[in-house]
Design a protein around this ligand. Structure first.
Ligand code: G3H
Ligand code: 13P
Ligand code: ZN
Length: 309
């Protein structure tokens, strides 16, 4: 099966009330852990590459790793650019074989965001590549902002119809209170489901994307702390909230930090328990295993996309 774009995948996910996992990839072990889990669970998959990942691992290596995963799994897989910040980066990924791109103009004015997003859509669509846009900015947990300033970063539902219509995007990332990284909430986790509901009403049948959706699995945070790390206060999005979002208009849930935590925890554990080991395979194999385990858990217990490939 060749790489696919997200069109059909999102249509089925929307109608079925589940979400597709979009997992960030940076190297071979991460690609293998994710795709082995998806294969066992017969789950459709989005593998996403950030600008940083592309710089670290090299475009060609990443493409070839994902092509290998397709041969090994025979799953429908989307290769997606995560947080593209310019037309040139999106164009380079489209020309280089990606089947989906995100153009993140969320830091721009509404009009500039529309203009940049439309430019990417106009280039992508004739090449059968789908495009994700973003409206609203994810909150940063460290920001000591007052409520009205915080409110300003949430997506404004009254803007979404015009944005989607004028840009032609295929999916839309919105800000409802999640944030990137492992420190998402200081106190109780709160998401603005009222915004998601209103966006869903205004865009019936249209796929919504949730960024910053790691749940920061306590088991791995504890392991990191036990073996010399320091992640006190790490906190993510509770899984029941993610399940709720997946049953609503959210069709794509972005997860990176949980994979980083799983991998780091297992490497720390392995090196601590076997201080004399200097064979990378001996600490990377358990790290890959932990990624597989966490991705399977997400697919079955959070996203509900098992058996949907
Ligand atoms: O949203 C950001 C992703 O977690 C990717 O992070 O830019 O460090 O690769 P990165
Ligand atoms: P997390 O940091 O919560 O894993 O979010 C990842 C993400 O949104 C990638 O775009
Ligand atoms: Zn993101």
């Amino acid at each position: 099966m060749p790489l696919v774009n997200s069109k059909e995948m999102f249509k089925k996910a929307y109608e079925g009330g589940y979400a597709i996992g979009a997992f960030n990839v940076n190297n071979m072990e991460i690609v293998q852990g994710i795709t082995e889990a998806a294969k066992e669970q017969k789950a459709p998959l989005i593998l996403q590459v950030s600008a940083g990942a592309r710089k670290y691992a090299n475009h060609t290596y990443l493409i070839k790793l994902v092509e290998a995963a397709i041969i090994e799994t025979d799953l429908p897989i989307v290769l997606h650019l995560d947080h593209g910040d310019s037309f040139e980066l999106c164009k380079s990924c489209i020309d280089g074989g990606f089947t989906s791109v995100m153009i993140d103009g969320s830091h721009l004015s509404f009009e500039d965001n529309i203009a940049l997003t439309k430019k990417v859509v106009d280039y992508a669509h004739p090449r059968n590549v789908t495009v994700e846009g973003e409206l609203g900015r994810l909150a940063g947990v460290e920001d000591e902002v007052n409520v009205s300033a915080a409110d300003a970063s949430y997506t404004r539902p009254e803007e979404v119809e015009e944005f989607v219509k004028r840009t032609g995007v295929d999916s839309l990332a919105i800000a409802i209170g999640t944030s990137h990284g492992a420190f998402k909430f200081k106190g109780e986790a709160k998401l603005r489901f009222d915004i998601l509901e209103e966006v869903g009403k205004r865009l019936p049948g249209f796929p919504i994307v949730l960024h910053g959706a790691s749940s920061v699995v306590p088991e791995y945070v504890e392991l990191i702390n036990k073996y010399g790390g320091s992640m006190a206060g790490a906190k993510g999005v509770p899984e029941d909230m993610l399940r709720k979002a997946a049953s609503m208009a959210v069709c794509k849930i972005n997860i990176d930090s949980d994979l980083r935590l799983a991998m780091t925890a297992k490497i720390r554990e392995s090196l601590s328990l076997e201080p004399g080991n200097f064979d990378p395979r001996k600490y990377l194999a358990p790290a890959r295993g932990a990624i597989k385990e966490i991705v399977e858990h997400k697919i079955v217990e959070v996203l509900g996309c098992n058996g949907k490939a």
